[in-house]
Design a protein around this ligand. Structure first.
Ligand SMILES: NC(=O)c1ccc[n+]([C@@H]2O[C@H](COP(=O)([O-])OP(=O)(O)OC[C@H]3O[C@@H](n4cnc5c(N)ncnc54)[C@H](OP(=O)(O)O)[C@@H]3O)[C@@H](O)[C@H]2O)c1
Length: 255
């Protein structure tokens, strides 16, 4: 079952990979779309906003993409679309700095954790259904799911609700990947601070981060780390190993 590797990540892909990215109009969403365009992918921009997304390549040429609106809570409406997608990047997120109200808690959990969890279940369900009803054509690649959690999974982000919601997403991913990892190639993106609306003072540039993500994926890494903090490279694998052992010991596989 072919996965993305250095050859498939170099242009052009044949047949082209269909890549969908949530949080498409954000800094990293746009940077990832540009990177995938350079590799010949067909792009689907999943946006919660109503502004049309217009992207240009390095020569100023418009980047062809299909923009699809979605909203947290209505993930089921994307079921048919998800069936067409080879690679789904769950990248949307919010950071309600300094807030702790009931509404802010609900919104953070919903957007950062629960909507991504629902989308990952729905994507896996669609792929399992496609497999059972006729299978994937030989030339199609194994479906991939990339989940952008954040180094806030294990480090302070100076924003308690952001940390809580990103940790929940990370924990859910660790648990469900035990079963869903058999059908999907799941990659976890653990990123350090980069500049965006969510973090205007981030150290790194979103285009650099997106380039690193695709490069590490091309090496076959399932845990993709891009951070200026060396501790993350030691602590994150240990954390994931601990979670894996704990969940394997205390839970049973999907029947
Ligand atoms: N910046 C950092 O330092 C940093 C570090 C580690 C991880 N991350 C993670 O990287 C991802 C991308 O963040 P970014 O830094 O590129 O931030 P960003 O520029 O603010 O992009 C986030 C995007 O998420 C989408 N979004 C916002 N509210 C939403 C809602 N209520 N429902 C659904 N989607 C919503 C929006 O895109 P649409 O309008 O297209 O939906 C928004 O542009 C996030 O998951 C973030 O947690 C960021």
């Amino acid at each position: 079952m072919p996965e993305l590797d250095s050859s498939t990540l170099n242009p052009p892909l044949n047949p082209p990979l269909t890549v969908a990215i949530t949080g498409a109009s954000g800094a990293l969403g746009q940077a990832l779309l540009r990177q995938w365009h350079r590799r010949g992918a067909q792009l689907i921009a999943l946006s919660s906003g109503d502004q049309p997304l217009v992207l240009a390549d390095a020569n100023g040429e418009p980047i062809p993409l299909r923009q699809v609106r979605w909203r947290s809570g209505a993930e089921a409406e994307l079921a048919e679309l998800l069936a067409e997608i080879d690679l789904l990047v769950l990248n949307h997120g919010i950071n309600l700095h300094g807030q702790r109200s009931r509404g802010a808690t609900e919104l953070s959990l919903e957007v950062n954790a629960l909507s991504s969890w629902r989308l990952l279940e729905l994507f896996a369900e669609q792929k399992m259904f496609a497999e059972q009803s006729g299978g994937r054509p030989a030339q199609r690649r194994r479906p991939e799911l990339w989940v952008n959690t954040s180094e806030a999974e294990i480090e302070p982000a100076f924003s308690p609700l952001y940390e809580i919601s990103k940790r929940l997403l990370g924990q859910l991913l660790s648990l469900r990947a035990l079963d869903l990892g058999k059908q999907l190639c799941i990659r976890r993106l653990v990123l350090g601070p980069f500049r965006s609306a969510l973090n205007p003072v981030g150290l790194m540039d979103a285009d650099f981060v997106a380039g690193q993500i695709l490069w590490q994926a091309s090496l076959g890494l399932k845990l993709i780390l891009v951070s200026p903090n060396p501790l993350v490279y030691a602590l994150m694998p240990l954390t994931l190993l601990g979670r894996w052992l704990y969940a394997r010991l205390l839970t049973r596989a999907d029947s």
